[in-house]
Design a protein around this ligand. Structure first.
Ligand code: B12
Ligand code: SF4
Length: 574
């Protein structure tokens, strides 16, 4: 048999589903390649292949590419494999090698900035792995066309590295509707085809145009919705039309994954509460319950993992969490000592909390709190967290530091919110603002580590102090006088980022708060984490429902209009 016409691949770090751990993946997105042997278990980068050398699991987006190709080409013509097997498949007859890019240069939010904590110009492991693929000698030998696509493809355009990597085509956006034609033009070398193809919003597929993937994906990703109508200006899924997948599509995708060896699926959404949503972002708990039951009934499936949710629906109707808990928490592979579940299970959906500043919230993301208003965000977060924790939902919360125009006052408000959350259960992961291509903030400047204020450093390291305490179950005392921290500060941190990081770093290291309190905004002296969790939040949340009519998922553009915000000055009197 000759070499296949089309070979699809993804880097080992992006394909990895080691121990079902999204942490492992996120680490490889952030840890510098130079230190990867210390921080990353090498076993996590070894992915399983079938006996014929094809990959067992790769990122879901690449499985979609494969599925679309299999409509026009046979299984012999389309092979999906890992880096290690490229030279087994790529040969003289191979016309195209297509590469998935989730975070190819490691410059998505959080990623390169975290790696810069270790020194300047350090390349995250994700980038090193991507580079290995494009520099593979077999590609130079047979010179197939190199096509790259996926959610992080924009990074290659932004960094202007298409020539360097010999990339012939970069495809940016949802491809289901256009791919057959596009791919034919690529194969034919159509001279009128641009090198960078951006799929316009009008060409985004309807739900009927999105097929069930043919083979198993990394983490067993099963899309339950695509797109989000809440309209946050920094966010790329906000530019996608909102759609819910039909139940049989979801169940079939689950079956495909399980039939090829997955014991867990990741039910993927920008916000799980958008699934079959009711008008005005109303949560359809009946539909969610039905969906979970149907997925859990798939024989061979043991556990499920969630991706994103938003906080407002949790607060608006706490029975949603109450009803979904028996269908999620006991089926999670995650455990925590403080869980009240009989098997100590917890679930950890990702929630973008972003900021504690109502001003920034109003300016950049007010749809996220709907039906609540920006000035209620802190209340919504506290109340929501209390409800979630009570049901053993310990979320993975993300913040954005350095939103354009962030002032010390804004950062103090984020610190206040963080302080209020000190007894909550979950992770707090600070990321830095990165203007993603094709978003409404694409022309804004990235946050820069070197420009971080003392307060922003305090926010950053206070989050990680919480995380250490939460995950290691330790108290501050356990980390007291941890030697690594002063060493890092003296040898590297101070030189790279200035003295502003000193006390926040020492807080992370567990140094006594009373010695540092006059140098920092938050004062934790005498405060210990209450393991019983957050106290029920008594304060009344002002209803403040906006009268936004006719919003629903299909009309995401309407939401963006309502989220078109007044200038900050006009907000001040709110
Ligand atoms: C599942 C998921 C994960 C999982 C699994 C990742 C994996 N490697 O498999 C986890 C949780 C581990 C993860 C981690 C990260 N993720 Co992620 N992830 C997702 C999520 C929720 C679903 C992805 C998915 O399957 N979508 C459905 C498929 C069909 O869409 P797709 O991948 O975009 O593919 C389509 C096109 O892009 C295209 N396509 C895809 N591949 C290819 C290849 C070729 C050759 C071509 C032509 C086309 C093509 O065709 C597909 C069909 O239209 C998305 C949000 C979302 N809903 O998309 C975020 C998302 C993609 N992730 C994101 C980010 C930032 C990350 C991290 C960098 C976060 C971090 N700081 O650590 C890491 C990077 C990890 C890594 N190196 O892989 C961002 C990307 C933002 C951006 N525009 O750059 C998103 C959009 C989340 C968000 N709300 O902002 N992620
Ligand atoms: S709530 Fe905002 S940040 Fe989250 S997916 Fe929707 S638009 Fe993006």
């Amino acid at each position: 048999m000759g070499s296949p016409k089309i070979v699809l691949t993804a880097s080992s770090t992006e394909a990895s589903e080691f121990k079902h751990s999204v942490w492992q993946q996120m680490l490889s997105a952030t840890i510098p390649f130079k230190y990867s042997k210390t921080f990353i278990n090498p076993a996590s980068m070894v992915n399983d292949s079938w006996p014929d050398g094809r990959a067992k699991y790769v990122p879901n987006g690449l499985r979609m590419v494969e599925t679309l190709l299999l409509r026009d080409y046979g299984e012999d013509d389309v092979v999906v494999c890992y880096y290690e097997n490229l030279d087994r498949f790529v040969g003289p007859e191979t016309k195209v090698v297509a590469i998935h890019a989730h975070n190819p240069l490691g410059i998505s939010y959080a990623t390169d900035v975290y790696s810069k904590l270790g020194g300047e110009n350090l390349m995250p492991l994700n980038a090193a792995e991507f580079l290995k693929i494009v520099n593979h000698p077999i590609l130079a030998k047979h010179k197939p066309k190199i096509v790259v696509g996926g959610p992080g493809g924009w990074q290659l355009e932004k960094a202007n590295r298409l020539d360097e990597f010999n990339i012939d085509y970069l495809i940016d956006g949802e491809i289901e509707r256009v791919f057959s034609d596009l791919f034919r033009r690529i194969l034919d070398g159509d001279p009128s085809l641009e090198r960078i193809v951006k799929i316009p919003k009008a060409m985004q597929p309807t739900i009927d145009e999105i097929p069930v993937v043919r083979h198993r994906s990394t983490f067993g990703v099963v899309e339950i919705t695509r797109g989000c109508g809440r309209g946050c200006q920094f966010c790329s899924p906000a530019t996608k039309v909102g759609r819910s997948f039909p139940l049989d599509h979801i169940v079939e995708s689950t079956r495909v994954n399980v039939s090829e060896g997955a014991t867990e699926v990741m039910l993927t959404s920008e916000d799980m509460f958008l699934y079959e949503q009711l008008p005005n972002f109303g949560t359809n708990t009946d539909a969610l319950e039905r969906m979970f039951r149907a997925v859990l009934a798939v024989e061979g499936l043991e556990t499920i993992q969630l991706t994103h949710i938003t906080m407002a629906p949790v607060v608006k109707d706490p029975t949603v969490i109450e009803r979904l808990t028996p269908l999620t928490v006991p089926y999670s592979h995650l455990k925590h000592d403080e869980s009240t579940d009989p098997n100590k299970c917890i679930t950890d959906p990702i929630i973008g909390l972003e900021t504690g500043s109502p001003r920034l919230f109003e300016q950049f993301m007010k749809g996220k709190a709907y039906p609540y208003k920006a000035y209620q965000w802190r209340d919504v977060v506290l109340k929501g967290m209390e409800i979630l924790n009570r049901h053993n939902w310990y979320p993975f919360n993300t913040f954005i530091i350095g939103l354009p125009g962030e002032t010390d006052e804004d950062t103090k408000l984020s610190l206040d919110m963080l302080f209020d959350l000190r007894d909550s259960k979950g992770m707090y992961v600070p990321t830095w603002f990165v203007p993603l291509e094709n978003t409404r903030m694409q022309k804004k400047d990235s946050a820069k580590l070197i420009e971080m204020s003392d307060l922003q450093w305090e926010f950053f390291f206070t989050c990680w102090k919480y995380n250490l305490e939460f995950y290691r179950g330790g108290t501050l005392e356990r980390y007291k006088y941890s030697m690594g921290i002063p060493l890092y500060y003296r040898m590297l941190g101070r030189k790279l980022f200035g003295q502003g990081i000193k006390y926040p770093l020492y807080r992370l290291g567990g140094f006594p708060e009373r010695l540092m309190r006059k140098h920092m905004y938050l004062d934790f002296s005498g405060i210990k984490r209450n393991k019983a969790g957050m106290k029920p939040f008594e304060k009344e949340i002002v209803p403040g429902f906006e009268t936004v009519k006719g919003l629903n998922m299909v009309d995401a553009s309407a939401m963006r209009r309502t989220a078109d915000l007044p200038e900050p000055a006009a907000v001040a009197g709110d």
